[in-house]
Design a protein around this ligand. Structure first.
Ligand code: ASP
Ligand code: MG
Length: 402
């Protein structure tokens, strides 16, 4: 007998028919004697629908009231799932944030869970399924809060931690984490096991299966996760610490994203403090710089500096650079038709030549590299956006992932 947190995302509880289906999944767990806490999202699209109502009232709807509104989506699915379980003669009961309570701190719409009272629920698990809403909490002043979009994953992980659950299973509409985007790369394969670090690197570069901050929490407390599909019986992807994984491949996955832009400052004075003067005001304005490249220019007195930022920040970044009178440069150029292609793999650490093989592969496909960044288990390059799929396919093949 094990204690499990099962989290069901919006599509998994998107219709009443699907809620019946979810109840059947839980029924099987109960039949083998497992203790179950089910964490549910709102029905797919519901949170956006509620948000649009608020905007019809006021574009800047007051945030305390917004939390009252948005948390209602999860209240609906909680009740329906408990009802569907009872219909199958499974004992079940729902609890809302304030009844548990799930205590949060921080601002409305973006709070953090700091404590969950387990007493009532833990005792109840001996006889029935506890159904709990994702995404919502209550502040110490008794106000309803929410913990950021996609927050049900974070709720599930926090509950798994506090209740000392054996596993936390994330039921969703895909059957796991893939070696690349399966919609675009048909030869992509499902990954059976992946480490927290790899999962985080993959999600930071475009593979959106689970909320990153939830994976981070799971890593911090070593809570084993499994991402799996509500709609098939197939095994999902297990996410846990690196020691549990046997690496036969250097690269686990190839991901891409199209939300970066590249800026080049041409002819910048080459003297101490220049880079600091360029990047300090960007930092002050919460603009995140990702990759940086500095070239020595031919005259030895000036240099070109290239860096990448989020595409959404491009206009603001250029304004800040233009207003910055601490730096001198000849010209500024930008390119927002770029893509970031990343290979991720904990096996990279111990395999020599991965960098070279990536660059050679891209060169063979006639793809020009515009910027590079590396971490221990990730290598990212910026390339022309048009070449995205060519690059991903090539790297997927080179690193034996097809
Ligand atoms: N319903 C919330 C949202 O759409 C939370 C979640 O689904 O995880 O953001
Ligand atoms: Mg969701």
């Amino acid at each position: 007998m094990v204690k499990k947190v099962l989290k069901f995302g919006g599509t998994s509880v998107g219709t009443t028919q699907r809620i019946h289906h979810v109840a059947n999944i839980i029924k099987k767990e109960r039949e083998i004697g497992n203790k179950i806490i089910a964490v549910v999202s709102a029905m797919a699209g519901k949170t956006n629908e509620l948000l649009s109502y608020s905007k019809n009232i006021d574009e800047n709807f007051e945030k305390r009231e917004l939390d009252v509104l948005l948390s209602s989506g999860e209240q609906v699915t909680c009740s329906l799932l408990a009802g569907a379980l009872m219909k199958l003669n499974i004992e079940a009961k729902s609890w809302l944030n304030w009844q548990i309570p799930i205590l949060t701190e921080g601002e409305h719409t973006n709070s953090r869970i700091i404590n969950i009272n387990i007493n009532k629920i833990d005792e109840y698990l001996n006889k029935g399924v506890a159904v709990v809403p994702g995404f919502q909490g209550i502040s110490k002043d008794g106000d309803i809060t929410t913990i950021g979009r996609g927050g049900s994953d974070a709720t599930a992980v926090a509950i798994a931690k506090i209740f000392k659950a054996d596993t936390c299973e994330i039921y969703t509409d895909v059957d796991g984490v893939y070696s690349s985007d399966p919609n675009k790369i048909p030869v992509a394969k499902k990954i059976d096991k992946i480490s927290y670090d790899e999962m985080l690197e993959l999600s930071s570069v475009g593979a959106k299966v689970m909320q990153s901050s939830a994976v981070q929490t799971a890593m911090m407390y070593d809570i084993p996760l499994e991402v799996r599909s509500t709609f098939t019986d197939r095994k999902g992807t297990k996410i846990f610490s690196q020691e549990n994984i046997d690496y036969s491949k250097s690269v686990t996955g190839v991901a891409y994203s199209k939300d970066d832009a590249k800026i080049t400052l041409i002819g910048v004075e080459d003297k101490p403090g220049v880079a600091a003067n360029i990047f300090e005001p960007l930092n002050k304005n919460q603009i995140n710089v990702d990759m940086v490249i500095q070239n020595i220019s031919s005259d030895q007195n000036t240099t070109d500096i290239t860096f990448t930022i989020k595409r959404d920040d491009l206009v603001k970044t250029k304004e800040i650079l233009k207003a910055n009178n601490k730096i001198k440069y000849k010209n500024i150029s930008h390119n927002d038709k770029v893509a970031k292609i990343s290979i991720v793999g904990a096996g990279m650490v111990s395999t020599p030549g991965v960098t070279y093989r990536m660059f050679r592969g891209l060169a063979d496909s006639n793809i020009n590299i515009l910027a590079i960044s590396t971490s221990e288990i990730k290598l990212s390059v910026i390339i022309d956006e048009e070449k995205t799929l060519d690059a991903v396919k090539k790297l997927h093949t080179i690193f034996d992932l097809d």
